[in-house]
Structures are given as structure tokens and as C-alpha cells.
Design a protein around this ligand. Sequence first.
Ligand code: PEP
Ligand code: MN
Length: 339
Amino acid sequence: MIVVMKNNATKEEVEKVTGDLVAKKMQVQVNDGVECTVLGVLGDTYTIDKETFSMMPGVERVVSVQEPYKKANRKFHPDNTVIQAGNVKIGGGNLVVMAGPCSVESKAQLMGIARDVFAAGAGILRGGAFKPRTSPYAFQGLGENGIDILHEVSRETGLPVVTEIMSPKHVALFDEKADIIQVGARNMQNFDLLKELGETKKPILLKRGLSNTIEEWLMSAEYIISSGNENVILCERGIRTFETYTRNTLDISAIPAVKKLSHLPIVVDPSHAAGMYDMVESLSLAAVAAGADGLMIEVHNDPKHALCDGPQSLTPKAFTQLMEKVNLLERAMNQRSAI
Ligand code: PEP
Ligand code: MN
């Protein structure tokens, strides 16, 4: 961190700022320039309230030279994090596909889809029980009943399940019955929820918020990790831009950006990005080519009659075809990196 003093700052003002920083266990290098004094601050500057220092008499501005997240930062954790969910590893070169319906509608529906996606090569079953719908009149999900169905189907098929939580009051229930807890785009900055999830050891799939920057997303991961849970998987699901043709704009560049900035695995959800089933395959392949650690794809046995997100859902047949291409691409990429 750097503190730039005003060019008319007095010696006492410089000493006061320096003294307050030293009291917070920082090392301060005082550089007296021709125009002004610049303080180089070393130490655990994450704990310093920059706004307070920027308001002190004689201070022109405070500049951070490091990212504001530490535990999610690759600088402090160079190796890729690998997360275990049931019998599946996420991150560190394992490409994992999570697939299933937007919403759990019945046990028969979920069981049928689970068998189909498993046969096609999916490693994890997705399904929403508590649904964050824009309209209060739309299907809200089966709630606790849906969680029980997911749990039963998981036990009967051996597939780990990922499902979305909306309220901190459900953390214990999800901790018991889900293998991965999803924080949806709308709750990415629900800090009370993030802190509660940080007190579990469960893998958390943290979706990027509707209009959030990569830094804000990593700060949300930091909330979970700094509360005690290191098992965070990031999920890029498209962001809101001026373009309205697709439901959202898939930010492919987020994949290499996150890989550079963080050690956490990143998966891509092309379904909520595109909003249209016929774009899901192209976006999936682009995500794998860009280095994603996995995909999350909506699959429905009867998309036309789905209770939620039918237009973006693949049929099991289309999903099977997509998986063939994903596997081919992955093999080609592995051969390339072996050369
Ligand atoms: C979902 O995965 O069903 C969902 C609601 O996703 P998002 O939070 O990305 O909109
Ligand atoms: Mn959905």
C-alpha cells in the first residue's frame, strides 16, 4: 500500500500517519520527494481501513498495490486447489460435468435424467429445490421435499448432487443432504449467507453475480474462505451487458483471468449464459478450450414442459452428443499439452 501525502503536508501530519500505521504493526518507508512525501507501507495491509487513512489530514490518496483478497489469491497459494465432492475431484486438471434439470419436479423426473446424464459421462447431478424466480407467481421449487428427492436419487445412483441455497436458515439442512451447495448469482453478495457457509466444510459453488466484477466475485469467495471453508468452486454463468440477444453474455475471459488471479477451480454454466438450448454446445466447447475445470449444464427430459428454464435445457440426447464433443476436445487438448 502507498500513502501519497499532499505537497503542503506538514511534518507533524506525516508523523501522525506514520505513527498510526506503525501502531497497526505496519512497516513504513518514508520517501521525501521534491513535490511530496510518499509512504511505502509493508505488512498485512488487508487489515488496514484505507478509507480512514485517506481522510487523515495531509493525505492526498491511498493506493493499493495488491488485490484486496488474500486467501483466494494465487500469490499466497500458487498450487491449484482440488476439491473433493463425494467421489469426484474438481480442479487441478480434472474436467467435471455437472448436469440435470433446472428444478427438481418429481422423483421419477430426476431419477430418469440422473441415469441419462450419468450414462453420458456427467460426474455430478444438478437440480434446484429452492428457486430464485424473478416473479413471485412462478414455480418456486419443491423446497425441502426437493432436497429429499435429490438426496434419495444421489444415494440410489451414486452421483453427488449440487443444489442452490437461498437462505442462511437452511445451511444445516443443505450441509446434511447436498454434496455441493450452490450460491446463485442473485446471492453472490449475500454476505450473511456466505459467512454461514464458511462455517461448514462443504464444497460451495459460488456463481458470479448478475453484474459483478471478477474482483467482487473473488471477494465473495474470500468471505467464505476467511470464515473457515476453503472449498470454493467459482462458476461463470454470464453477466449482464448491453447485449440482449442472449440471456446473459458469457465472459470467457473470466476463465484465464481467474486462473491467473486465484487458485480456486472455475466451472462454466453455458445454459444460464445463453438462455437458448442451441447455443449451449458452442459455449461449452469454448469454455473447455479456454481452460475451465468443468461445466454445469441444464438437461430436461421434456424441455417444452419444464417448470423452469425449458428454453435453455438440452434433451438427454443432445447432452450425450455434447459430451462426445467435449471428450474429443479434452483429449485433443491433453495430447497437445503432452507434446
Ligand atoms: C440455476 O443454476 O438454476 C440458477 C438459478 O442459476 P443463476 O444463479 O446462475 O441464475
Ligand atoms: Mn435454471
